[in-house]
Design a protein around this ligand. Structure first.
Ligand code: ATP
Length: 251
């Protein structure tokens, strides 16, 4: 067996928020996670368990926690596609993507990326003219334009109709399966979701999270190739997980 190259090692011993009335509220307690290059990991857990909190810590957006992330997230190129696409409304689709590039690469040709995501006809349009599904695709293309070591997706399919979700899923699969970065380095993908079915469709590994304060209940490795995962296989996997982990029945 080849040894997967480690991308990130996280040990979060604790993360506590202080409510406005001063009461401490622990969101994460003893969560250790590793991520390898080329791996697609889904974090799944019930509402409010601490998924976004964990993601913010892993990506270096929140440094106010007890524990350690190695390497420091600042040393990695990280592309994040939030649930809210967060596009600049006064910039075109192409400008929104280009703006995240370092100045030396600002004028690079983005046609390949734009075309592969079905955005060629939209590159000169403004965010206000786009459906949510298209805006999420632009946000994903922007996250990938930086040739990330780590691509982070926070609930990318939520509130999309079936067709828009399927198109975006195709783009996410394409992103995960292309060689990731231009220099041949392989990208890891970390996706947060409530949805066990979409995680079973896409991931190499599921990380099941406990209710708040969250920790890892179980990690499930999915060895069946993505293309061979039929609707029946996905449904059987979902039912088996729900039987073992009642907390997942509501997700
Ligand atoms: N800035 C904050 N200050 C205080 N409490 C917070 C803050 N951010 C999150 N929380 C609380 O921490 C807990 C975990 O929140 P978090 O957003 O990480 O959960 P989540 O699993 O991503 O939720 P959801 O499934 O609703 O997206 C929740 O109880 C939330 O109310």
């Amino acid at each position: 067996m080849t040894h997967a190259e480690s991308l990130l090692e996280a040990r979060i011993t604790g993360k506590t928020y202080r409510r406005p009335d001063g009461v401490a509220m622990e969101a994460v307690h003893d969560l250790s996670l590793s991520l390898a290059r080329g791996e697609f990991v889904c974090l799944i857990g019930p509402s409010g368990c601490g998924k976004t909190t964990t993601l913010r810590i892993l990506t270096g957006l929140d440094r106010d926690f007890a524990g350690r992330i190695t390497p420091d997230p600042a040393q990695l190129a990280i592309g994040i596609a939030f649930q809210e696409p967060r596009l600049l409304p006064w910039r075109t689709v192409e400008e929104n993507i280009r703006l995240v590039l370092p100045s030396a690469r600002r004028s690079m040709d983005l046609s390949g990326l734009i075309e592969s995501f079905g955005l060629a006809a939209h590159r000169a349009r403004y965010p206000g003219e786009l459906s949510l599904g298209l805006a999420r695709r632009v946000s994903l293309a922007r996250a990938l334009a930086v040739e990330p070591d780590l691509l982070v997706l926070d609930e990318p399919f939520v509130s999309l109709d079936a067709q828009a979700a399927a198109e975006l899923r195709r783009c996410v699969t394409l992103a995960a399966e292309r060689d990731g970065r231009g220099d041949g380095g392989r990208m890891g993908v970390l996706m947060v979701t409530h949805n066990v079915r979409e995680a079973l469709q896409l991931a190499d590994r599921l990380v099941l999270l406990a209710p708040r304060p969250t920790y890892i209940l179980e990690e499930v490795h999915l060895d069946v190739p993505r293309a061979a995962r039929s609707p029946d296989w996905i449904e059987a996997g979902r039912a088996a997980l729900a039987a073992r982990f009642p907390v997942l029945r509501e997700v």
